[in-house]
Ligand binder design. Structure first.
Ligand code: ATP
Ligand code: MG
Length: 588
């Protein structure tokens, strides 16, 4: 390809809304152009990278036994009513939906469990046709609450989604592990560093679920990992050993003390000279259901924090938010900061395990500027149902091995594997005839990869202050040839010949034949981040060119006649290294 013909333009300035390096660099390089919030055009350069990522995904999916198909993007809402998910998706506002001219309600697919389940129930009758894993690589549509970071969280984005159908749980285990293995191969081949962590199963539901996280400081997900045993989990799901509390001693008489303006645990520690572990926080929440809102209070030890995802899973609600100030006043009859369990009525009360066994604790009095001290369960207030609702924190002891301390890191979720079980097949009456002649629901798994998000994650992990440093396997072109003087025939001819020879050698090469000065050409080459660069310039007088790798920046002088061989070898070795790349899965 010739740069003079390429439909691309690099920009001088960062886009105003770019908060991350990948967004900034992809926009400045002309790879992406926004046409609406979270909706981007992919330039020819970007599309080459996205096709390469898709091809790696496709090869590994096929290798693992997947069959590629294509499901419709536009779907009838009826299917979502059958699965029981229509309300959750519509209430959350994530689903783009419309009514067609006949009055039928349709949506743009945010995901495809319903459609694939419908396809399989219409295609498979017998256990003899199982197992089956089908996948597609296609646009997905989600009206995200906060589209941001360019391709990282778009409203239109490319996903590979795969679905497995088995006769039983044992079969699902095998299908799940095959996909998990394929994912490791895919992320290695894309040249990414990642960890595998346990994940919350969220709205889709199911038993086991793991996420593949590209490690990056700007990642939206908080992760906890144990260096001792390899346990890794998304904070939404992570478990840790509850840090020891403080003995409260034998029950003393309860009393109400004035605590004017003291509304935080920290301030209470000061004012009441009591450690946080001797207090109970009452966290007020609003759970959203299809037909109503529910007031919820979670009791937790003062030195711990509530994990909203765990609470939402327990309540099986569509959405869960921290109660707003008006709701707090309505529920407690007091200003925010003074909520407590004693006398709290008309509210669902849940307790975290951390409150078990606490005596003589401090809590809010449901009266402005007052707290209760020496409160005891059984006598002053009933102890509610307790379960783990606590958010594990960095530094906590790992719950898996009880030895290591959990460390925190941030990640970008690029892939997710789920065991769904029979949730969808039962709801949608998708059954097959088993060996014993009985009808049984399919046992399903689902497996997603953010293809366009991978491109952004790769840039997030591979860039410097000058621009992108594409991993070789997903770079738009492998080699850039730069004639430094367009008015010097010998330079232009040498560059043209090199360009043709490299193409003939099977290298993906871009020739910067634009009639511009060397300075801007070199700046662009750094911004665009092609892995290898050849400069044809002054050293041609001695029969040499200069070559360098974008990741190293060290120029080498190579005889013109050896340049093709040098570059072919460098590209081949870089690809081989990515293929055998050592991943760092936390719990592979
Ligand atoms: P997130 O938690 O980031 O919103 P998710 O858990 O809802 O993602 P899945 O339904 O598991 O996403 O989708 C599979 C994959 O699709 C994700 O692992 C991610 O890589 C990608 N993905 C999800 N949402 C987006 C988006 N808005 N833009 C780009 N990629 C996305
Ligand atoms: Mg996910």
């Amino acid at each position: 390809m010739r740069a003079s013909k390429l439909l691309n333009r690099t920009l001088f300035d960062d886009p105003a809304d770019a908060e991350t390096n990948s967004h900034r660099l992809l926009a400045r390089g002309g790879f992406i152009r926004k046409i609406a919030s979270g909706v981007y055009t992919y330039s020819p350069l970007m599309w080459r990278t996205l096709r390469k990522i898709s091809q790696i995904v496709r090869e590994e999916m096929d290798e693992a036994g997947g069959q590629e198909l294509m499901l419709p993007i536009i779907q009838p809402i009826e299917l979502w009513e059958e699965s029981g998910r229509a309300d959750a998706y519509l209430t959350a506002g994530i689903m783009f939906n419309l009514t067609d001219r006949r009055g039928a309600r349709m949506c743009l697919g945010p995901t495809h469990e319903e459609v694939i389940t419908d396809q399989v129930r219409g295609t498979i009758d017998s256990y003899k046709q199982l197992p089956v894993t089908a996948y597609q690589i296609q646009n997905k549509y989600r009206d995200e609450f906060r589209p941001r970071f360019g391709l990282m969280r778009g409203r239109e984005f490319i996903m590979k989604d795969a679905y497995s159908f088995d006769a039983d749980e044992g079969g699902l285990d095998v299908s799940y592990m095959a996909m998990r293995g394929a994912y490791q191969a895919i992320f290695n081949r894309c040249g990414l560093e990642y960890v595998i962590v346990e994940a919350d199963s969220g709205a889709i539901g199911g038993s086991r679920s793991e996420e593949f996280m590209v490690t990056a400081d700007t990642g939206e997900d908080a992760l906890l990992t144990c260096a001792h045993c390899g346990y890794g989990a998304n904070v939404e799901r992570a478990e840790s050993v509850l840090p020891a509390g403080e003995a409260g001693g034998d029950a003393l008489p309860m009393h109400k003390d004035p605590t004017p303006g003291v509304t935080t645990v920290e301030a209470l520690t000061e004012c009441c000279k009591l450690p946080a572990a001797r207090m109970i926080k009452t966290v007020l929440l609003t759970a959203v259901h299809t037909d109503r809102e529910e007031d919820v209070a979670v009791l937790i030890r003062g030195d711990q924090d509530v994990n909203l995802v765990k609470v939402q899973n327990r309540l099986a609600c569509l959405d869960l938010k921290v109660a707003d100030e008006d709701a707090v006043r309505r529920i407690t009859g007091a200003e925010p900061g003074f909520a407590g369990p004693v006398g709290l009525a008309g509210v669902t009360i849940l307790g975290d395990l951390s409150i078990e066994g606490m005596t003589n604790f401090l809590c809010g009095a449901n009266e402005t500027d007052h707290h209760l001290l020496d409160v005891n369960f059984g006598r002053d207030v009933e102890q509610p149902e307790t379960l783990e609702l606590r958010e594990a924190q960095a530094g906590d002891t790992c719950a898996r091995c009880s030895q290591g301390a959990l460390g925190s890191l941030r990640g970008i979720e690029v892939g997710h594997v789920f065991k769904l079980g029979t949730k969808y097949s039962e709801a949608m009456k998708a059954t097959f005839t088993d060996r014993d002649g009985k009808g049984k629901p399919f046992v399903m798994g689902c497996y997603g990869i953010g293809v366009s998000r991978i491109a952004a994650a790769a840039v997030e992990q591979n860039h410097d202050d000058k621009g992108i440093v594409w991993p070789v396997p997903i770079a738009p072109y492998e080699v850039l040839v730069v004639p430094m003087k367009m008015n010097d025939d010998s330079v232009v001819q040498a560059a043209e010949k090199l360009y043709v020879d490299l193409k003939n050698a099977g290298i993906e090469v871009l020739l910067d034949d634009r009639d511009s000065r060397p300075g801007p050409k070199l700046k662009d080459s750094e911004l665009l981040g092609f892995p290898f660069r050849v400069l044809c310039g002054r050293s041609l007088a001695e029969g040499n060119v200069e070559v360098d790798a974008r990741s190293e920046g060290e120029k080498q002088v190579v005889p013109l006649g050896d340049a093709v061989e040098w570059l072919t070898k460098a590209v081949r070795e870089a690809k081989a290294a990515a293929r055998s790349g050592t991943p760092m899965p936390a719990n592979a």
